[in-house]
Design a protein around this ligand. Structure first.
Ligand code: GDP
Ligand code: MN
Length: 399
């Protein structure tokens, strides 16, 4: 689960990480009030208005702007709130901005030496360890640094049973060329960051940029956090940070019916039981000249209700031109699934796209017979090859 920058910074602060302070706002008026309060609390004269969406690259997309007085705070907040912000992580349609973070300006005017670093902690699944990635090239696209100057990214692996050891934090501070007070501050920063990462069961904490001010403070200017969904049951407070407005509405609906659904850009909807079979089905759709419109795993115990819920989800996507149902009857019998398909079809009423049903496994023949005799615009197939051919045929017919 992803969270917003302002929520990430709240967590960081609780663990003793120094942050760029800010207050979240949903209207230009709230932004002005927030700016006034920040000036009282921090003494800042200028403010940075930052779009809160679950995507990075906001600065380049026009979602992070400096305001030098309260009129500018109001004007910029007005521009950013409600905008459809497009960054390299949002896709071409962008994301609507519902909240801004009004933050203190931490780049002192006239400061010739603010230095930006990159620090992230993530899980290295292959090694079974946490890894700290650090770079002197902060504030930039880390993917670009990795591609063009990979030698500028340091990695330090951490045994989760032992934790971050002092020499490891020192090593990164040395690599950054830090000295004196800044060195001590950075080591403290890294330890607090690591504690936050471990305690929240996160799979990633990325701080880009980490700022060293000219008076040797180290602070988190940005914060991107990915929490492990499977651990949220033991973090009620963190689970509450979920922002449904940031998620695809169809995916939110699917999760309510316990369906594993991921929306894609293609034209062939697919409904499958089992993630592996779903992947294979998507491959077959591609091979037959279509593009999958979604990934949908209805789980091992597919019944009439789950089939219907799956149908409804797929049909809400206007790009869908055909549906391929590919169910392996193991725990669930094919005749039951076939009856479920027919029932769902009748319940939903008008389905204007052709449906290809491939049932294999227990009672496959009976399932095919039920489909064929239903009198509905549903084609049955027993072999995956045949199903793919039928997808191809219906797409060709429509073209
Ligand atoms: P991102 O573009 O989504 O990664 O958003 P960031 O929070 O990293 O902000 C983008 C850029 O805005 C940073 O790399 C900084 O260069 C700039 N920025 C952030 N905070 C301040 C600030 O307090 N003052 C100034 N002048 N620039 C800032
Ligand atoms: Mn950033």
């Amino acid at each position: 689960m992803n969270i917003h920058e302002y929520q990430a910074k709240d967590i960081l602060k609780r663990y003793g990480v120094r942050i760029q302070e800010g207050i979240v706002a949903e209207t230009p008026e709230e932004a002005v009030a927030a700016a006034k309060r920040l000036t009282e609390e921090t003494g800042t004269g200028w403010h940075v208005i930052k779009a809160q969406i679950h995507a990075g690259g906001r600065g380049k997309g026009g979602g992070v702007k400096l305001a030098k007085n309260l009129e500018q705070v109001k004007e910029i907040a007005g521009q950013i709130l409600g905008m459809q912000l497009i960054t390299h992580q949002t896709g071409p349609e962008g994301k609507k901005v519902n909240k801004v973070l009004v933050a203190q300006d931490v780049y002192y005017p006239g400061d010739s030496e603010p230095k930006e670093y990159y620090v992230s902690i993530l899980l290295d699944r292959a090694k079974g360890q946490n890894v700290i990635m650090a770079s002197t090239e902060g504030g930039m696209d880390i993917e670009e640094v990795a591609e063009h100057t990979p030698e500028k990214i340091f990695k330090e692996w951490i045994d989760p049973a032992v934790g971050l050891r002092p020499f490891q934090a020192n090593k990164i501070a040395f690599a950054f060329g830090l000295q004196g007070e800044a060195f001590k501050e950075f080591v403290k920063f890294l330890n607090s960051l690591y504690n936050a990462y471990v305690d929240t069961d996160a799979s990633m904490f990325e701080i880009n940029p980490v700022l060293k001010t000219s008076d040797n403070k180290i602070l988190a200017v940005d914060g991107k956090v990915d929490l492990d969904d499977n651990a949220l049951f033991r973090h009620k407070d963190l689970a509450d940070l979920r922002d449904l407005a940031e998620e695809d509405p169809l995916e939110v609906e699917a999760s309510k019916s316990n369906l594993n659904y991921v929306k894609l850009d293609g034209n062939v909807g697919c409904m499958v039981n089992g993630a592996g079979l779903a992947m294979a089905t998507m491959d077959i759709i591609k091979l037959s000249g279509g593009e999958p419109a979604n990934f949908l795993d209805v789980g091992g115990g597919a019944n009439a209700q789950t089939v219907e819920a799956g149908f409804r989800l797929i049909l809400q996507d206007p790009n869908v031109k055909a549906i391929l149902i590919n169910i392996f009857g193991g725990i669930v019998r094919c005749d039951r699934v076939a009856n479920g398909v027919v029932e769902a079809y009748k319940n939903i009423g008008t389905i204007n796209v052709p449906i290809i049903v491939r049932l294999q496994g227990t009672n496959a023949e009976e399932g095919a017979r039920i489909i064929d005799e239903s009198g509905l615009k549903v084609y049955s197939a027993v072999l995956l090859k045949d199903a793919a051919q039928k997808v191809k045929d219906v797409l060709a017919e429509m073209a």
